[in-house]
Design a protein around this ligand. Structure first.
Ligand SMILES: [Zn+2]
Length: 482
């Protein structure tokens, strides 16, 4: 038996046990591994390369819209965290505390940041004095600790990586515009680069960020019918500026509290990528975010090192010069078959094979990771052919996910219809809601589902709130969530 079979066999079938399939893929593709601390993972180099691509692209988008990066401390004094009452109440159950400095007990406990509003606001209070200091638009790329009871790699871990943007503005309108423009960046990024379709909308009060005026969110549907919150953008209003004393002199020389926003996405996006696109053989990465877009596997037979390898090297250099992320797998310690499986597990979108016959015919073989479709293409114009194939794979992944979302979005008009759909089919349930928190409770209690998003555009087909029958104020999406 070839090693190939063992390699793939270790991945549970996606349709058989989705949850085990997910952790199998993460381990086999070497994205992450469990750390010797409960609920904490190590992001391995391949997983971290994906994060770097996510980070670099988003970072460009933030900078293009006038944001700058900075770094704020990991430790937050308890007194600062307590300044905004709702905020501390919301985060208290998951804060990790530092109580000792060496062998000395600390006078004041220090929180390991569960999010950085408190420490950043304390600095903004010093930096913002006049309308001329506004807007202030800062982002940081950093780690976060939240003491989670139930954890899963990338989706929910005690420590994770994220970016958090924190901005201050002179008016409510400006802060609202910032909140929405970030939401648009997240939507564009997730659809264009990760090839994952999103739903955007507002959170209901019961789901919004602790201390925010409004929370906008980006929700994505996973293959098991659960919704994953992929990013949030909060309009903080003046809640934090009042608690931390962030005041500025306006153009009429009057003192005003600043209007603020905060927003973030995390390494959770990698979990979404795995779940949405992967199959029984492992990951499938959208080319835009794949650390390796093409792997060249020379067929290692006979005198391949003298004949095939030099041509493989030429192709490698040509692709690299044309900004294709490419690897030449010239290891002679593994068979081509073994390599095919390994790069499939890792989700590389295109495999380029080169054998003795191809060399004669001045061609290469391109294999599409989605469907294993093989194409024999001439070496001439290879760059164009390959770029076209990568673009096709990118759009195929998005349209495939869009079709799945459409097939899993259901309409419900009564409470029992909502519960029935959630319990039998899952997916996204579109319905009408009167706006009362009372009407969210029965769905949460009976079906463990919540309002994932209040849609911007109300749907006129609904005549009443599905729960109480009163006039509907919003069209909403109910779903189970991660
Ligand atoms: Zn109602």
């Amino acid at each position: 038996m070839e090693k190939t079979d063992d390699f793939v066999k270790q991945i549970t079938k996606k349709s058989e046990d989705f949850s085990r399939w997910y952790t199998d893929v993460i381990k086999r593709a070497k994205l992450a591994d469990y750390a010797p601390i409960k609920g904490v993972m190590v992001i391995r180099p391949y997983g971290y390369e994906i994060w770097e691509l996510i980070r670099d692209q988003l970072d460009r988008m933030f900078k293009d819209t006038g944001h700058q990066n900075a770094y704020f401390p990991l430790l937050i004094p308890e007194s600062l965290l307590k300044k905004e009452a709702e905020h501390v109440e919301g985060f208290a159950p998951e804060v990790a505390w530092v109580t000792m400095g060496g062998s000395e007990p600390l006078e004041e406990r220090l929180a390991i940041r569960p999010t950085s509003e408190a420490i950043i606001c304390s600095m903004y209070a010093k930096w913002i004095k006049s309308w001329r200091d506004l807007p202030l638009k800062i982002n940081q790329w950093t780690n976060i600790v939240r003491w989670e009871k139930v954890t899963r790699p990338f989706l929910r871990t005690t420590e994770f990586l994220w970016q958090e943007g924190h901005t201050a503005h002179a008016s409510c309108k400006e802060a609202e515009e910032e909140t929405l423009s970030i939401l648009e960046i997240y939507k564009t990024f997730i659809e264009k680069y990760l090839a994952i379709p999103v739903i955007t909308g507002l959170k209901s009060d019961s789901e919004k960020f602790a201390g925010a005026l409004k929370t906008y969110c980006v929700e994505t549907l996973m293959p098991d019918g659960k919704s994953l919150q992929a990013g949030t953008s909060h309009h903080l209003g003046q809640n934090f500026s009042k608690a931390f004393g962030i005041r500025f002199e306006n153009k009429n020389q009057e003192l005003e509290y600043a209007w603020q926003t905060s927003w973030g996405v995390t390494t959770r996006l990698i979990g979404a990528l795995v779940m949405v696109h992967g199959d029984d053989s492992g990951l499938i990465l959208p080319p835009e975010i794949s650390p390796v877009q093409t792997v060249i596997v020379p067929i290692s037979r006979g005198d391949w090192k003298e004949t095939i390898l030099p041509q493989a090297e030429n192709i490698y250099h040509e692709l690299k010069q044309n900004n294709i992320r490419v690897i030449l797998d010239d290891r002679d310690t593994y068979t081509p078959g073994w390599k095919f499986s390994e790069w499939e597990v890792k989700g590389v979108p295109v495999r380029l094979e080169l054998g003795p016959k191809d060399l004669e015919k001045k061609q290469v073989v391109l294999v599409n990771r989605i469907n294993r479709d093989k194409k024999f293409v001439p070496v001439e114009n290879l760059v164009e052919t390959l770029k076209k194939l990568l673009a096709d794979i990118q759009s195929e992944l998005l349209s495939r996910a869009r079709a799945f979302n459409a097939s899993q979005t259901h309409i419900a008009r009564t409470e029992s219809e909502i519960i029935d759909i959630i319990e039998t089919r899952r997916g996204l349930v579109k319905t009408a809601w009167c706006g009362s928190p009372q009407c969210e409770i029965p769905i949460k209690e009976k079906a463990s589902a919540t309002i994932r998003a209040i849609l911007d555009q109300p749907d006129s087909q609904f005549e009443k709130c599905a729960i109480c029958g009163k006039a509907p104020r919003h069209t909403v999406i109910f779903a189970k969530s991660y």
